[in-house]
Design a protein around this ligand. Structure first.
Ligand SMILES: Nc1ncnc2c1ncn2[C@@H]1O[C@H](COP(=O)(O)OP(=O)(O)OP(=O)(O)O)[C@@H](O)[C@H]1O
Length: 658
C-alpha cells in the first residue's frame, strides 16, 4: 500500500445528493439538535456566566488585581520597602491615602505590591499542580491497570498530608523562601488535579471517538493530548480557580508566620503580622491586608463556584460485563480462496475469566466483496470486529486462531505494527457518528490529523485531501464544512464525515459496525447506498456488522449468521435468505416484519441470547430451537462446508424469507 490514493480514487463530485438546509440538517433528522459540545457549550456557559452578577463581580475584581500586580511599579505612589521613620504610623492623608506603617512605609503601595506577591505565589503553585497533576492523571487514567492503582495509592497518601504542613516541612528542609513553600503547595494541588484528570480520562477513553482515533492510527500520546485533554479543561478550570484562593491563603499564612517571603518582598500576610503591635491604635493596618486576603480568596472561590454552575456536566463511562466458564473450541477448517483479502480462521476470544466470547469463528472476505455479519445483540459481532482491528477491551484477549490480511498476520500484533494496519489498510465506521467524532475539534482538524498520521502530506495538502474526502462522501460545501464542529452536522451528515475519516488513508477493507442503526430510516438507505458506491469506486472490501437482515439483504454479497459467539451459517445472501439451513437463520427471517404480516403479531424468537459465561452445552441455540432433540443438547456441533452448525441440517426443510 502507498500513502497516496489509488488511481481514480478521489476525482469524484458528490456521490449522492441530499436535500439539506444550509447547516446540512436533513429533514426529520433530530440528531443535530443535541450534541451540546464544543463551541455551542462554551457559548452557553458564557451566557450563563453573564447572567451571574456575583461571578462577574469576582471576575472584575480579579482582573483588577492582575492589573495592580502587573502595573505595581507604575501605579504605587511610593517604594513599598522604603522606610521613612519620620512619617511612621500616620493615618490617611492627602500624601498617604491609606496611611503609613510602623516604619513609615506607604500602606497603599504595600497593598498594591502585596497583590503581586499573592498572585505570583498562587499562580506558581497552581501551575506546578496543573503541569504535574494533569500529566500524571492523563497517564494513569489512559494506561489504567497497575499504573493507575499505584498512582492512586500514592495520591491517597499525599492527600492525607495538609498542604500547610508539607510547605512548612519543605521550607525546613530546603530553607525559607516563598518558592520552596509554594512548590510544596503545588505538589499537594497536583494530587487533586491528577484525580480530576484521571476521572475524566477514564470516562472519555471508553468513548467511541477515542476508539475511532486509534483505528485511524493515531498514537496514544496524540490521542491523550489532542482528543482527551480538551475534555478535562472545564472541571480543571473550576478546580484551578478554587486552588488559587487556597494557595493565596497559604502564602498569607506562611508570610504571617515569617517563613514565606524574604525581607525585600511585600506580602499581605507579613503586613498583618507587623500590624499586631499597633492594632488597637491603628486598626487600619490590620484591616486593609486582612480585607485584601479575604476578598481575594472569596473572589477565587466564588468564581470557581460560578464557573461550575455555568458549565454543564459531561457524560459517564460505559459499563463492562462478562464472567467465566470454559467451553471447548471446535476447530473447523474453513475453505478460503486464495484471493481472499481477509481470512479469519478458528478465531477464539476469551475474557479475563476464560469465558469464550467468540469461539472458532472462521470466514473470509474477498476483494471488492461486501460481507455481512448478522445476529442478535450479544452474539459476538462487535468482539469479532474488535479482534480484527486489535481493539479488544481490557482483559479480553485472542485465545486462538488467526486473522490474516493478505499475507500479514494480525492476531497478536501490537504497537507500531498494528498502527500501520489500522487506518491504513483497514478503516472503521462506528455505529453512532455523534460519539465517533471528538466533540472538541473541527471536522477539518480531525480529518487532517487522520490523513497526516499515515502520510507525509503537509497541513495544506492534508486539508485539500480532507475536502476531497468530504466531496467523495457527498457532504456539500466541503471547504466550509471543514471548519464546523461535529455537533453542527446532522446524524446522516456526521456519519458521512465518519466514513470520510475511515477512508482517509485509502483502506483496503472497511469495517462498518451497525453503520445505520443510529440514523433515521430515510437516511439509513442513503448511507448504505453511499457505502456500496464507495466500495465500487475505491475497490474496497466491506465488512458490515448488523442486527438488521434488511441491511444485509440490501448491501451484502455473503453473510455469516452469528449466534452465541459462533457462526452458525455462512453463505451467499441469496441462498441463506431463500433457503436457510440453520433454525436460527429461519427464526431471524421470520422475525422480519413484512407487508403480508401487517396486522398479525410480529414473530419473535423465544428466550434470549445467554451471556458468554453461560453458553449452553451442545448446540448453543438448542434452548430456543423448536427442532432441538436430545442429541442437540450434548457434545459439540461442527460446522459443515456452508458453515452451518446444525446436527439436523440434512433433514430439516426450513422456511426462507417471505
Ligand atoms: N469488555 C467485555 N468484557 C467481557 N465480555 C464482553 C465484553 N464486551 C462484550 N462482552 C461479551 O461478549 C459477548 C459478545 O458481545 P458483542 O458485543 O460482541 O455482541 P454483539 O453481537 O456485537 O452485540 P451488540 O449488537 O449489542 O453490540 C457478549 O456475551 C458480551 O456480554
Amino acid at each position: 500500500m502507498t500513502d497516496q490514493p489509488r488511481e481514480g480514487t478521489l476525482q469524484s463530485t458528490a456521490v449522492l445528493t441530499e436535500q439539506t438546509d444550509p447547516a446540512g440538517i436533513e429533514p426529520g433528522d433530530g440528531a443535530a439538535a443535541e450534541a451540546a459540545a464544543g463551541p455551542r457549550a462554551k457559548a452557553r456557559t458564557l451566557r450563563r456566566m453573564l447572567r451571574q452578577p456575583v461571578t462577574l463581580f469576582c471576575l472584575a475584581m480579579l482582573l483588577l488585581q492582575v492589573v495592580l500586580a502587573l502595573g505595581a511599579p507604575l501605579i504605587a505612589p511610593y517604594d513599598p520597602a522604603a522606610p521613612n521613620v519620620a512619617n511612621k504610623l500616620q493615618g490617611p492623608s492627602g500624601d498617604h491615602w491609606l496611611g503609613t506603617d510602623d516604619l513609615g512605609r506607604d500602606t497603599l503601595s504595600r497593598i498594591i505590591y502585596g497583590t503581586r506577591t499573592a498572585l505570583l505565589a498562587s499562580t506558581e503553585s497552581v501551575a506546578i499542580g496543573l503541569v504535574l497533576g494533569v500529566g500524571l492523571g492523563l497517564f494513569v487514567g489512559y494506561r489504567g491497570g497497575w499504573w493507575d492503582r499505584i498512582g492512586m495509592r500514592i495520591a491517597d497518601v499525599m492527600q492525607s498530608i495538609p498542604a500547610l504542613l508539607l510547605a512548612l516541612a519543605l521550607v525546613a528542609v530546603l530553607g525559607s523562601g516563598l518558592g520552596n513553600a509554594m512548590l510544596a503547595v503545588g505538589l499537594i494541588f497536583a494530587v487533586s488535579f491528577m484525580r480530576i484528570t484521571r476521572a475524566v480520562v477514564l470516562a472519555e477513553r471508553e468513548k467511541l471517538y477515542v476508539d475511532a482515533a486509534r483505528v485511524l492510527g493515531l498514537r496514544s500520546s496524540g490521542i491523550m493530548l489532542r482528543q482527551v485533554l480538551p475534555n478535562v479543561s472545564p472541571p480543571l478550570i473550576v478546580q484551578a480557580s478554587i486552588a488559587l484562593g487556597t494557595a493565596l491563603l497559604i502564602e498569607a499564612t506562611l508570610s504571617f508566620l515569617g517563613v514565606g517571603i524574604d525581607a525585600t518582598q511585600v506580602s499581605w500576610g507579613a503586613m498583618l503580622d507587623a500590624s499586631r503591635q499597633h492594632v488597637s491604635e491603628h486598626p487600619l493596618l490590620a484591616i486593609l491586608p486582612g480585607a485584601a486576603i479575604t476578598l481575594s480568596v472569596l473572589a477565587f472561590n466564588l468564581l470557581g463556584d460560578g464557573l461550575r454552575d455555568a458549565g454543564s456536566p459531561r457524560s459517564a463511562p460505559r459499563a463492562g460485563s462478562g464472567k467465566k466458564a470454559k467451553l471447548p473450541i471446535v476447530s473447523t477448517p474453513v475453505p478460503s480462496p486464495d484471493d481472499a483479502l481477509l481470512r479469519v480462521d478458528g478465531l477464539t476470544v476469551t475474557d479475563r475469566n476464560g469465558a469464550q466470547l467468540i469461539s472458532d469463528v472462521s470466514f473470509h472476505i474477498k476483494r471488492g466483496e461486501t460481507f455481512g455479519v448478522v445476529g442478535e445483540s450479544g452474539c459476538g459481532k462487535s468482539i469479532t470486529a474488535a479482534a480484527i482491528l486489535g481493539l479488544l477491551p481490557k482483559g479480553v484477549t485472542i485465545a486462538g486462531g488467526s486473522i490474516r490480511l493478505e499475507d500479514s498476520e494480525l492476531a497478536g500484533l501490537s504497537g507500531e505494527a498494528l498502527r500501520q494496519v489500522r487506518g491504513k489498510r483497514i478503516g472503521m465506521v462506528f455505529q453512532d457518528p455523534g460519539s465517533a467524532l471528538s466533540p472538541v475539534h473541527t471536522v477539518g482538524r480531525q480529518l487532517t490529523d487522520a490523513i497526516r498520521a499515515h502520510s507525509g502530506l503537509s497541513k495544506a495538502e492534508a486539508h485539500d485531501r480532507a475536502a476531497e474526502l468530504l466531496t467523495l462522501v457527498g457532504v456539500p460545501n466541503p471547504q466550509e464544512r471543514l471548519k464546523d464542529y461535529p455537533h453542527q452536522f446532522s446524524g446522516g451528515m456526521a456519519q458521512r464525515v465518519v466514513i470520510a475519516g475511515a477512508l482517509a488513508c485509502d483502506p483496503e477493507l472497511l469495517i462498518a459496525d451497525e453503520p445505520t442503526t443510529a440514523l433515521d430510516v430515510t437516511i439509513q438507505a442513503q448511507v448504505l447506498d453511499l457505502l456500496a458506491s464507495l466500495r465500487e469506486r475505491l475497490q474496497m472490501s466491506l465488512l458490515i456488522i448488523t442486527h438488521d437482515l434488511g441491511v444485509v439483504a440490501d448491501s451484502c454479497d455473503r453473510v455469516a449468521v452469528m449466534y452465541a459467539g459462533q457462526i452458525v451459517e455462512q453463505r451467499s445472501v441469496e441462498d441463506a435468505f431463500a433457503e436457510p439451513k440453520h433454525p436460527y437463520t429461519e427464526a431471524l427471517l421470520a422475525a422480519v416484519p413484512h407487508s403480508e404480516t401487517d396486522g398479525e403479531p410480529l414473530a419473535t424468537i423465544p428466550g434470549r441470547v445467554p451471556p458468554a459465561w453461560a453458553w449452553p452445552q451442545g448446540c448453543r441455540f438448542n434452548p430456543r430451537c423448536p427442532y432441538a432433540t436430545d442429541d442437540c443438547r450434548t457434545g459439540t456441533v461442527p460446522a459443515d462446508a456452508d458453515g452451518v452448525r446444525c446436527l439436523r441440517v440434512t433433514e430439516l426443510q426450513l422456511a426462507g424469507a417471505r
